[in-house]
Design a protein around this ligand. Sequence first.
Ligand SMILES: *Cc1c(COP(=O)(O)O)cnc(C)c1O
Ligand code: SF4
Length: 365
Amino acid sequence: MIKTTDKSKWNDWRWQLQNRITTLEELSKYIELTEEEIEFFDAVSEEYPFAVSPYYLSLIKDPKDKKDPIRLQIVPSPLEIDENAQKNSHPNALNEETFIKGLTHRYEDRVLISVTSYCGVYCRHCMRKRIFKEGTHATPKELLDVYFDYIKSHKNVKDVLISGGDPLTLDNERLKYILDNLSSIEHLEVIRIGSRVPVTLPQRLYDEELLDILSKYDKLWINTHFNHPNEITEDAKVAIRNLLKAGVPVNNQAVLLKGVNDDKETMLELMRKLLSIKVKPQYLFHCDPITGTIHFRTSIEKGLEIMDYMRGRLSGFGIPTYAIDLPGGKGKVPLVPSYFKKLENGLYEFVAFDKTKVIIEETLK
Ligand SMILES: *Cc1c(COP(=O)(O)O)cnc(C)c1O
Ligand code: SF4
């Protein structure tokens, strides 16, 4: 559908960004929208911006299919601004940030910083969609310096999460500035970049200069965000391979989304495909009650059922931790199906992978 004949342009991340689809008119050329979507397009996208790279849009298989998992993640839905649909939600349910704008220090050893509010693609389910209204821009250098000073003066911080927006949409010079500063802080042991670029703009990771920069930092990891097997394409595979070649390990943090991946087989296939491109599934997040996204929420029971299905069908290292982030900044809690209980007389009952029950005596005192 949407292809330039010029492969070198298509593979250039700047071309992908310059040619993002941002209007109703353009979008209607490529996919069939519902009457409601057309009617509410302006109202929704004024509240929460719309933009998609030609690459990510091209992953929609059937332009008529309203249930396509890529389509659900990018097309503005009238539900996003429907008060009834969004009741019991909060724009900042997780209470991010305290006294420095864009810096969240919740767990003693970890700090999260926001280095841009720009993304290649605006995901409809984004937990930070509140920030996009303020405009999409890189965090000023003066504020970055405040973050670096904060981390320098907090020796208990071992791990920094570079977040946004999408940090890998920044230019190489700015990324180098951030990474140079952070890697010079001796007490930092881990530097993580949270980026959806491997999913929505893999061409960014065809940039040799960027790969060369990333290869210089020993402590660097990438957290990415694949949600559906259809996102694991040849291009995504090349992007991941380039990161691995540069010595950067990649973990995945998926979000459980109604209609997109709240299905046992889909989730199992996603995890399998991630392993096949050497991405470690780290988290499966329960969808947060963030205003504008709550229509993607499923029940915890559904999530547990999916987790239980994957057990025994997939190697343990392919199974992510299913977790919920508690409102009000109370942090992440793992959600685990219950596989054992304590009986009388020091006996324990376990549920085996084939669902048989096994009772054993606790021998270790
Ligand atoms: C999720 C999160 C982290 C990182 O948690 P991990 O479990 O280490 O991935 C750090 N800070 C904040 C505020 C977070 O929300
Ligand atoms: S790329 Fe990440 S930060 Fe940007 S809109 Fe998507 S989920 Fe949100």
